[in-house]
Design a protein around this ligand. Structure first.
Ligand SMILES: C[S@@+](CC[C@H](N)C(=O)[O-])C[C@H]1O[C@@H](n2cnc3c(N)ncnc32)[C@H](O)[C@@H]1O
Length: 374
């Protein structure tokens, strides 16, 4: 059962207090905004900037492997957070999600939102919905930054964001509301609350039963409504070093995170299967637009260089949240050996000899027109 994070007097369709939250500006955004988003071309190699050479890396390494510019409201039980190894974890359905929910993680999620926006040249959606959807649901909304931006950009939409953690801000646009809910629970929305657009981003590691989730989404969506899942592959790649021989800690990390999340029952690396999952659930016109997101400033292209700069910080910040609980709780690693692995992974990320990237999948599809919503 969903629990409102705001006092219920606000009503179902508007928990905000009328103050518009200014979305994170795109840094260098004017320039990033003007050019149209190029067609996705995941098989093309990104060009390497020869001037971004390893011998220029001294400044970076002098900062140390931990250097990061990025990291610098209700029922009490859902706030009885669990603390472990210096990080804070959610309380509602404790143990169901293995990444922390503390301020450090919230900063990372907001930085990642910026990376997503830069990837799409400022856009937050790719699904070609028309008209503007009336009812919008953001699954596993995190800090709510996507939902707030969507509500700001579409003032006629009503946006609901749900999450296990009540970490969203109180001051939100009047057409945006947050609830504490488990998306793997029975969905309690009545037929007249069906959605026109459902969005989920970064949900790998949050879902045990994807076919069931797609069915719930489908059944609570109006005909011709759109589903959009934005998911990054949890597998770091390099076109000029496909076996990651120059990034051995990352190669090991890829395997370990995959093994642990599968063992936990909520695999993180699910991006490549989303398109088929949506088709199997009955969605039509499904597209999977894939963009390579560089890690570091190694690309020649100026826009990708800026994107890579932010993604490098985001990746270094994501190592601990993705690794700590999975390795210690699920694989039984000790705290110290986990710290050593994490330090080596961050060192590989900051090594300027590496030309690493991650593929982001933007998968969207439409519920058929003729099917009557249940
Ligand atoms: C990686 S974060 C992504 C947050 C947000 N979608 C974004 O892109 O910024 C995953 C979020 O899903 C939430 N989550 C995990 N399992 C969930 C579940 N079963 N039901 C609802 N939310 C869940 C987590 O609490 C976390 O905030």
């Amino acid at each position: 059962m969903a629990q409102a994070t705001e006092p219920s007097t606000h009503g179902a369709e508007g928990s905000g207090v009328g103050v518009v939250v200014v979305p994170t500006p795109l840094i260098g955004g004017d320039e990033a905004d003007v050019a149209p988003l190029p067609a996705p071309n995941p098989s093309a190699q990104l060009q390497i900037d020869p001037n971004d050479a390893p011998d220029l890396s001294d400044a970076d390494s002098a900062m140390g492997e931990d250097a990061s510019t990025a990291s610098t409201s209700i029922m009490s039980s859902i706030r009885h957070y669990k603390y472990e190894n210096g990080r804070r974890y959610h309380a509602f359905r404790e143990g169901e999600y293995l990444l922390p929910n503390d301020e450090k993680e919230q900063d990372r999620l907001d930085l990642h939102h910026h990376v997503f926006r830069l990837t799409l040249r400022g856009a937050i959606t790719l699904a070609p919905f028309t008209p503007t959807p009336q009812r919008v649901l953001d699954l596993g909304t995190g800090t709510g930054i996507w939902a707030i931006d969507f509500a700001d950009e579409h003032p006629t939409s009503t946006v609901v964001g749900n999450d296990l953690s009540p970490i969203q801000p109180t001051w939100v646009p009047p057409n945006c509301k947050f609830v504490v809910d488990d998306i793997e629970n029975e969905w309690v929305y009545s037929p007249h609350e069906a959605f026109d657009y459902i969005h989920g981003r970064g949900l790998g590691g949050s879902v045990k039963d994807w076919p069931r989730l797609y069915r719930n989404i489908y059944n609570h969506m109006n005909p011709e409504g759109w589903l959009e899942i934005q998911e990054y592959e949890a597998w770091v790649r390099s076109d000029d070093d496909p076996e990651l021989l120059n990034a051995p800690a990352i190669a090991q990390w890829n395997e370990l995170i995959d093994e642990a999340s599968i063992k936990f029952g909520k695999r993180i690396n699910i991006a490549e299967g989303v398109e088929q999952g949506m088709k199997d659930a009955g969605f039509e016109d499904v597209r999977d637009d894939i963009y390579k997101v560089p890690i570091g400033t190694w690309p020649l292209d100026k826009r990708l260089k800026e994107l890579g700069l932010y993604q490098l910080e985001q990746m270094c910040d994501c190592v601990e949240p993705f690794t700590l609980a999975l390795l210690t709780r699920v694989l039984g690693w000790g705290y110290d050996e986990t710290q050593v692995l994490m330090a080596n992974v961050r060192r590989d990320f900051r090594n300027k000899r590496n030309h690493l990237y991650i593929s982001f999948h933007f998968v969207y599809g439409r519920k058929p027109a003729s099917i009557i919503s249940e």
